[in-house]
Design a protein around this ligand. Structure first.
Ligand SMILES: [Zn+2]
Length: 302
């Protein structure tokens, strides 16, 4: 009788130990899959963050970080969680393409909660109160420059150049969009263009200023959330992207991306990826080719 009781006790302990080990394994798996991974400088990663109907794009190579726009204020939680997930506590360069709320809505949050090296502001201003609070905050926490065409800086092994930073002739939305800071990022043989909300007038000016040799790209962050007022046919013929990424909200009120934009992108053979369909998009390049990183591998090496 004693022996039997002892056997049950041993069995009971064994079951408890096994349950504990399984729970520990499950917890390790859950947390390890969220552990931030610092990518190597041999790769450049582009994260088109899912911030609803707004815009925020993170670039990183090794420990070097560049954030283009910050999304709309109502998406602060999404931005915060994405940056935490990728272990981002410092931004080397924050570039604000233009002062519309869907691009600068969390700019104040960024400069007040992360360390920021240099901020590139658009030359066009804004009367918006929240933007004025951001300007007051940024003056105390980062070095601030006004973007001008021709500026360039290094992001690890990537070369970043401002192609356009226009001035708006009015405060009409189209004019402010066309004042967007446009960035060209070069990593190895791969060229990335980030358009902000620049529209056809800016695209035309870019073609005149640079020609297709400089504008030819592998990756296009499509202008103005896929609006048909951007991504004109002449611009697509000059840029011929292989990969195109569109940031827009699910069933957004503007109908972005517009059908003509998608048709024109398909006509030049670009693979189109959309945040409204796929959530945050992560692309990686080794300098030779660009790959979409599968969701489960976000933040990991190619
Ligand atoms: Zn926008």
């Amino acid at each position: 009788m004693k022996r039997l009781g002892g056997g049950k006790q041993v069995l009971g302990i064994a079951v408890h130990v096994l349950a504990f080990l399984l729970a520990a394994l499950l917890l390790w798996h859950m947390f390890s899959s969220f552990a931030p991974v610092v990518p190597s400088e041999e790769h450049l990663y582009v994260y088109v963050l899912d911030v609803g109907q707004s815009d925020a794009v993170l670039l990183r190579s090794g420990t070097h970080t560049l954030l283009i726009d910050t999304g709309t204020a109502t998406e602060e939680r999404a931005l915060r969680r994405a940056l935490a997930r990728y272990g981002i506590e410092h931004i080397d360069y924050l570039v604000l393409t233009h002062p519309h709320e869907d691009h600068v809505g969390n700019a104040r949050y960024i400069v007040e909660n992360l360390s920021v090296g240099t901020v590139l502001l658009p030359s066009v201003g804004s009367e918006d109160y929240a933007y004025s609070l951001f300007l007051a905050a940024v003056a105390q926490s980062a070095s601030v420059l006004t973007a001008t065409a021709g500026q360039h800086f290094a992001l690890g092994n990537a070369k970043v150049e401002v192609l356009s930073a226009g001035t708006a002739t009015s405060d009409k939305d189209g004019d402010v969009n066309d004042a967007s800071v446009v960035l060209r990022v070069c990593f190895g043989t791969q060229v990335f263009l980030f358009m902000g909300d620049a529209e056809a007038a800016t695209e035309s000016a870019l073609i005149s200023a640079y020609g297709s040799e400089k504008l030819d790209c592998d990756f296009l962050k499509v202008g103005h959330h896929g609006s048909s007022t951007s991504t004109s046919v002449p611009f697509l013929l000059a840029t011929t992207p292989t990969v195109a990424a569109i940031s827009c909200g699910k069933q957004n009120a503007y109908g972005f991306p517009h059908a003509p934009t998608l048709e024109n992108l398909a006509a030049v053979g670009a693979y189109v990826y959309r945040t409204d369909e796929s959530g945050t998009l992560v692309f990686g390049t080794n300098g030779q080719e660009i790959r979409l990183i599968p969701p489960k591998m976000k933040g990991l090496s190619l």
